[in-house]
Design a protein around this ligand. Sequence first.
Ligand code: NAD
Ligand code: 022
Ligand code: ZN
Length: 375
Amino acid sequence: MDTRAALAVAAGKPLEVTTVQLEGPRAGEVMVEIKATGICHTDEFTLSGADPEGLFPAILGHEGAGVVVEVGAGVSSVKKGDHVIPLYTPECRQCPSCLSRKTNLCTAIRATQGQGVMPDGSSRFSIGGKKLHHYMGCSTFANFTVLPEIAVAKIREDAPFDKVCYVGCGVTTGIGAVINTAKVEPGAKAVVFGLGGIGLNVIQGLRLAGADMIIGVDLNNDKKPWGERFGMTHFVNAKDTGADLVAHLVNMTKTPADQIGGADYTFDCTGNVTVMRQALECSHRGWGVSVIIGVAGAGQEIATRPFQLVTGRVWKGTAFGGARGRTDVPKIVDWYMDGKIQIDPMITHTMPLSDINKGFELMHQGKSIRSVVVF
Ligand code: NAD
Ligand code: 022
Ligand code: ZN
């Protein structure tokens, strides 16, 4: 069949909105009509050519929501008409990683997903007979896409697609980092570096977890009201403190009873390796946990003195907020529908597919928190 899509023709070129061909689902696969998709940094990272693993031509996009329109042979967990969110981290519930209960990084289809093809090694997308690559196992910048059954989360039918698409990446990553990875407890003190689409979700995750002190750090004062809206209690502009940022943050967390100071939990939501070090070093001696969420550029390295770890600080990282997609994503959608978390104010722009390049431009200029394409 034909479907409208934004095609990434080559690195550094704008997306081309065009008609592509899509084959139906094979065994263990489902076809989904994408109703809405967010635009996230990784799409831009790949499109720019900075991603060494980026493949072209490809259909990008990994933050979608839609409806199952057809299922392949043997599919049993979803049926035609079900509302779903595609998962770039699938959940097979059978591989050693899923069975370990220690990680969300399912390995069932990992190799083929990275190669931009379906688990059987072939692509469902083509244009004029020429094969196109899938992207992060999702390819949500197309009105219809084909996904492995293990890479869709079934969600409730009253959830609005143009909002819950954001659960497909940003919301789950931020909230999951707090709940699954850091396991923040009530009364905790936390520092969040970078108040963008991920950092704001970390902040609302911290509020949900009952944190007492939520310090937001950014270079842009415009982010202060944004942070406050989701539960930030203190704001620090890193430009004002300069080299004293870590000492300043440690001081803020000191109490008469605790003159050591430092945050119980810190989160990097910038992807900047210097910030990652600051985040570790402003966490509390003896027990501070620092979680890296930001994805750094290719070849970047992190550094600290081993003393920082020897004295009990813990450096962690998280992918998709440690969430097991098919299990956890429907719950996060429920939290949104029950008013426990907010999504609507973070979606600052919506546009039709024909304007998708404007969404990339807004993200590039730092003018949006999230742009959503509505089909
Ligand atoms: P964003 O651009 O919306 O937000 C980044 C924020 O960081 C901005 O507000 C910017 O002003 C601020 N910032 C930049 N440099 C800073 C500095 N030196 N100190 C303090 N603040 C600084 O980006 P986003 O959508 O929130 O994504 C953040 C990161 O998370 C990206 O690297 C993205 O790739 C990554 N991410 C990771 C996962 C995962 O599973 N690990 C999932 C989604 C996104
Ligand atoms: C999503 N991300 C950033 C912005 N939006 C993002 C990028 C990469 C990962 C997670 C989220 C990530 C962390 C660890 C891995 N990935 C490796 C997982 C593994 O090896 O099992 C990652 C993922 C998917 C892909 C590449 C890297 C891909 O499909 N190409 C989850
Ligand atoms: Zn993303």
